[in-house]
Each structure stands twice: as C-alpha cells, then as structure tokens.
Design a protein around this ligand. Structure first.
Ligand SMILES: [Zn+2]
Length: 241
C-alpha cells in the first residue's frame, strides 16, 4: 500500500470511530456516582399512614441503600441525610451539579412511599419519565465540567439515552425485589411526569416502596427485617450498574 493510501485509510478509520463514539450512549459503563434522594422531609411529612410518616421510611431506606453502595466502594451523594426540608427544585439542582470524579455517569434514585384513597391499593412500583417528554438536558449553568462532555449530543438523543438507561435500572430493581420479597404485589414499571424525573438530566428512577394507606403494607414498612429486604434488593439491583 502506498504511504498516502495508508494515511487516508487511517484517517478514515479515525473518523469512523469518532462518529461511532459520538452516537453511542454516554450512559454506558459503570455508574460513577449514585444520587440517593429520600423523598419529602422536615415540614413535609409526605403521605401519612397508620402512625407512620412517609418521610421517615424514605430516609431509612435511602440511608440503608446508600450504605450498601458505599460498602461496595461506590460513590454516593445524598439529597438529605436527616429530617431536613428540600424543595423538589433544590433536589434537582443538587443532582444536576454533582461533581463526577471518574468516567461513567451519575444515576438519580428517588425513594418514596405511595398512598391512595382506596385502602386496598397496594404494591411496589418504579417510575421513569415519560419517553415522549423532551426535557432540558445538561447545560453549562448546571454543571460546566460535564456540559462539555455531553455537548456533542443533541438534547433529543440524550433524552432517549436517559429513558433507555432509566428503564433498565427500573427493570433491574423490580426483578430483584420480586426475587427477594415473596409477600409483595409487584405493580411494575410506570411512566409519569414527576418533577425529579423531568428535572434531572441523568438516568433517574423513582421508587414507590408500597402503600402507607394499606394497613398490611403500612405494618410491613414498620418491620425492620422487611425494610432490610427492600434495602438488599434495591442495592443489589443498583450495584449491577
Ligand atoms: Zn412521596
């Protein structure tokens, strides 16, 4: 092969790989930092059941899951570690500005307990954002360092990559909970316009642990061994990312 032809082939190969990497999901590989969000807190108790406030269960599970991830050597950022009040916007701002020290991508996990007017409503479910909803993705105002990394992507592409990965995380959580806990109804994966799912640019899921308005599930959520099973299942699922 002539020297110039060789150079041309090399250049072609270089552009091919650059093009390929430009179009592959930035949410591949290992999660570099888990952002664990215990829903509600402080003056906002969340749903209230039989002598239980949602905010307390959310915090207990969030801290338990975070501890398991940290034990495994993974980086965790908490939106709250105590009974403090944060607005939904403050939670998103914190997540969006998180510093990522390693390669990989951040993952946002919000933890909640459900409530319904019907006392019979029960079960475990995980929410992801609606995939037909185009949200504002990362901007330099949110996170100047990471905005550069993600600037090559169109917001619509980032939206679909976020949705794709969020769904995989949700599927894994549901699968682990199904495997670990036999006495819970699995409602599956749902899509909805939750503020924290639409307000964070990284893959994100919102877990509803059970219904505080259902006396049986309310009592399960008071039981430490049951809560430990939830912590084990959720953290095992997250550790696979
Ligand atoms: Zn809630």
């Amino acid at each position: 092969m002539k020297k110039s032809t060789k150079l041309f082939a090399l250049l072609l190969l270089f552009f091919f790989f650059t093009l390929c990497s430009g179009f592959s999901s930035p949410y591949e590989g290992e999660v570099s930092v888990f952002i664990i969000d215990a829903g509600h807190g402080g003056k906002d108790p969340g749903a209230q059941g039989f002598e239980l406030d949602e905010k307390d269960i959310n915090l207990e599970i969030a801290l338990g899951v975070g501890a398991k991830l940290e034990e495994a050597g993974r980086e965790v950022v908490y939106t709250r570690k105590d009974d403090s009040y944060l607005t939904l916007n403050e939670r998103c701002e914190l997540a969006n500005s998180v510093i990522v020290h390693k390669s990989g991508y951040p993952l946002f996990v919000s933890i909640h307990v459900n409530s319904a007017s019907s006392a019979s409503a029960s079960g475990f479910e995980v929410y992801v954002k609606n995939d037909d909803k185009l949200i504002k993705m990362i901007s330099p105002e949110m996170n100047p360092m990471l905005a550069i990394k993600y600037s090559a992507y169109k917001p619509s592409a980032l939206n679909s990559y976020k949705d794709e990965r969020s769904k995989e995380v949700a599927e894994s959580i549901v699968k682990e909970v199904k495997k670990t806990i036999s006495d819970i109804k699995i409602r599956g994966i749902k899509k909805d316009d939750f503020f924290v799912l639409n307000g964070t640019w990284m893959p994100s899921v919102l877990i509803e642990l059970g219904f505080i308005s259902n006396e049986r599930e309310n009592n399960l959520l008071k039981d430490s061994s049951y809560k430990n099973k939830l912590i084990d299942a959720i953290s095992a699922a997250l550790l696979s990312f």
